[in-house]
Design a protein around this ligand. Structure first.
Ligand SMILES: [Zn+2]
Length: 333
C-alpha cells in the first residue's frame, strides 16, 4: 500500500516531517551504557493516565487537533518563495473556514495549535475559531522553529514571545503545547515546566495519556501522545509522489478509531487546515466523523486537549504540575 512508504518520503517535502540535520554526534555504538541511560531518561514516558472511565459513560475520548501552520512552514528556514507561501496562505483563506464549518455543524470541539506568526499574518482566524465557543487555542511555537537546532536561550525566548502574542491575539492564555514538527529538544520540557504549561502533545510513547518523567523524576506534566499514522501531513504528500487518496486515509483513521473504541482508550488525530482543508481531503474528515457518530452514538467523548488533560489529571490524582528544581538550563549532556 502506498502509505507504507512513509519512511521514504523526502522529509522536506512533508509539512510536518523532521528534516534531517547534519550531525557530528558519535554513533550510538560508541556510547557507554551510562550515556545511553542518561539520554533516554532526559524525557521519558512515566505512568499511564488512562482513566478507569471517561465522562458520561463514554467508551472513548476523541481529540481532534489542527496545527494552523500556514506560511510558517515556508518561513521557518528563511528561504520562502511566493509559491510555498501561497500554499500556506490557503490555510487561512480557505482551509480553516471549511474545517471549522464541519466541526461546528457537528458540534465537535477541537484544539487549534497555532504558531504565533501564523496568527499575526491572519488575525481574523481567531474569530472564526472562537465563534462556537467550543474550541481551544494551543501554542505551536513562534514561527514553527525546529527546537533541536536552537540554543536553550533562543528556544526559551521564542516560546515566551509565542505565548504572549497568542494570548494577545486570542484573548485567552493557552495551557497546552505542541512542538512544531513534534521536534522536542533536550531543553523543551524544562522550558515548558518553567513557563507553566499543564499539558504537552508532541511525543509518541503510547496511545493513552501519560505523565512525563524528566531525568527519571515525575513532572506532573500530562502528555497527550501523537503519531505519524494519525497525522494528515505524511499521508497527503503535497507533491503527489506518494499521494494517498483521501478515502483510503479515512479508512486508516476509522480503523484506528475502531480499535480505540474497542479498547476504551483515546483517539487523537492531528490535521492542518492548509492540508486537510482542501475540497477532496475534507471528505476524509467527514467520513471519519460520520463513522464515529454512527458507531459510537452517545458513547464518544469529543473534547479539547485541555479538557482531556484536566480530566485525566484529576482522575489519576496527579496534582498540579511540579515546579522544576535545578539550573535554568539543563540541556548539557
Ligand atoms: Zn506544525
Amino acid at each position: 500500500m502506498k502509505i507504507l512508504l512513509l519512511g521514504l518520503i523526502p522529509s522536506l517535502l512533508v509539512a510536518q516531517a523532521q528534516p534531517v540535520q547534519p550531525t557530528t554526534a558519535k554513533p550510538g555504538w560508541q556510547w557507554t551504557m551510562d550515556s545511553v541511560v542518561k539520554v533516554v531518561n532526559t524525557v521519558r514516558a512515566g505512568r499511564s493516565l488512562q482513566p478507569a472511565a471517561w465522562p458520561n459513560g463514554a467508551r472513548v475520548a476523541v481529540l481532534l487537533s489542527f496545527d494552523v501552520d500556514n506560511e510558517t512552514i515556508a518561513l521557518r528556514f528563511g528561504e520562502p518563495n511566493a509559491g510555498s507561501l501561497s500554499m500556506g496562505q490557503y490555510g487561512s483563506r480557505q482551509g480553516l473556514g471549511r474545517v471549522v464549518k464541519l466541526l461546528d455543524r457537528n458540534k465537535i470541539p477541537a484544539t487549534f495549535f497555532i504558531p504565533s506568526v501564523s496568527l499575526a499574518l491572519a488575525p481574523e482566524m481567531a474569530d472564526v475559531i472562537k465563534q462556537s465557543g467550543r474550541h481551544e487555542f494551543g501554542v505551536h511555537g513562534w514561527i514553527h522553529e525546529m527546537n533541536t537546532g536552537l540554543p536553550d536561550s533562543a528556544e526559551r525566548a521564542l516560546l515566551t514571545k509565542a505565548i504572549s502574542e497568542l494570548t494577545r491575539l486570542t484573548g485567552t492564555k493557552p495551557t497546552g503545547y505542541r512542538a512544531p514538527s513534534w521536534n522536542f529538544s533536550p531543553n523543551t520540557l524544562s522550558i515548558l515546566r518553567d513557563l507553566g504549561f499543564r499539558y504537552e502533545s508532541s511525543l509518541m510513547a503510547d496511545e493513552r495519556p501519560y505523565e512525563l518523567l524528566q531525568n527519571g523524576a515525575p513532572t506532573g506534566m500530562v502528555e497527550l501522545p501523537v503519531e505519524w499514522i494519525m497525522d494528515d501531513a505524511p499521508l497527503f504528500d503535497p507533491r503527489g509522489d506518494r499521494y494517498s487518496p483521501p478515502r483510503e486515509v479515512a479508512q486508516v483513521w476509522i480503523d484506528e478509531f475502531d480499535k480505540a473504541y474497542e479498547e476504551g482508550t483515546m483517539f487523537l488525530l492531528t490535521m492542518h487546515p492548509h492540508i486537510s482543508g482542501h475540497r477532496s481531503r475534507i471528505v476524509a474528515l467527514e467520513k471519519l466523523i460520520t463513522h464515529i457518530n454512527a458507531k459510537g452514538a452517545g458513547r464518544v467523548w469529543f473534547a479539547t486537549h485541555a479538557d482531556v488533560a484536566e480530566y485525566v489529571r484529576k482522575q489519576a490524582k496527579l496534582g498540579e504540575p511540579k515546579p522544576r528544581t535545578g539550573p535554568a538550563s539543563d540541556g548539557a549532556r
